[in-house]
Design a protein around this ligand. Structure first.
Ligand code: ATP
Ligand code: MG
Length: 255
């Protein structure tokens, strides 16, 4: 399974009225690999995710899942194609317990729609443990988890429900070093289980720790598509900073 192409975008563009948020973006996501999408604020990263997740139809271009052309008209279509998205703000309800969140929208029910509470608790507990997440108790409200733990629960949930492609929108943006490390470790776990991961981030260091392929967006343009063999961390960092722009800024600030 590893290495198989799960998703391919060909010349995807997205216009908001007269504004071109994405201009002919092409990328691929392979099973068991991490494709990183990097770019500054307003680069078009979230727009790209919304296209992949079925929230927005592209203005032009073609998307393929497992080699077949697809058109998503809702997030449900993307989910059915095995594409799970973990948004930055997370679709979790803070007051709810971890296990309820884990099964949110996909509850196990028995006779007359009664919730199979104990079974769901046991499964959530086992799945989280198997991924190496020890929460002591899946009855605690999600509010009581750290930001990193919440991301990791969302990743475990997507894996459990059979995601083949996992999209993570800036999962480390609000986290400190230690918690970012935890999230990056679970991105690697998902990758090693054969999932194709799309990892959106501002941070080239985070991207380079787990990435196999790097796409860099700048104001809707794709300015880089390189494999980890083709680009060094230094090059990636300098490209992110707009090449010479950071150097110019540094001279300006010193002057
Ligand atoms: N619904 C919309 N209508 C009009 N313009 C939009 C819409 N959504 C996004 N844009 C514009 O498209 C551009 C790209 O936005 P997008 O949210 O994709 O960027 P981003 O790379 O995710 O940025 P950030 O790092 O700040 O999250 C921005 O200039 C934004 O203002
Ligand atoms: Mg964004």
């Amino acid at each position: 399974m590893s290495g198989q192409e799960l998703i391919r975008l060909e010349d995807i563009s997205k216009n908001y009225g007269a504004f071109h948020a994405l201009k002919e973006i092409s990328l691929s996501v392979d099973a068991g690999a991490v494709t990183c999408v990097l770019g500054d604020n307003g680069a078009g990263k979230s727009t790209l995710i919304k296209v992949l997740a079925g929230l927005h139809a592209p203005s032009s271009g073609q998307m393929y899942v497992a080699g077949e052309p697809v058109e998503f008209s809702s997030p449900r279509d993307a989910l059915n194609a095995g594409i799970a998205t973990v948004y930055q703000d997370l679709a979790v309800v803070g007051q709810m317990s971890v296990w309820r969140n884990f099964f949110l929208g996909q509850e196990l029910t028995g006779l007359l729609g009664r919730l199979k509470e104990q079974e769901m608790k046991d499964i959530a507990d086992r799945q989280l443990r198997e991924m190496g997440i020890d929460l002591r108790n899946v009855d605690v409200p999600v509010d009581s988890l750290s930001g990193g733990q919440r991301q990791v629960v969302a990743i475990a949930r997507a894996i459990y429900f059979g995601a083949r492609v996992l999209i993570l929108d800036e999962p480390t943006a609000a986290l400190g070093v230690k918690q970012s490390g935890m999230v990056l470790r679970f991105i690697a776990v998902a990758r090693d289980r054969g999932i194709g991961v799309i990892f959106i981030t501002h941070n080239p260091h985070h991207a380079y720790l787990v990435g196999n392929r790097f796409i860099l967006l700048n104001l809707g343009n794709q300015v880089l598509d390189a494999t980890v063999e083709e680009v060094s961390l230094e090059e990636l960092t300098s490209q992110m900073a707009g090449g010479g722009e950071l150097e110019t800024l540094s001279h300006e600030l010193q002057a």
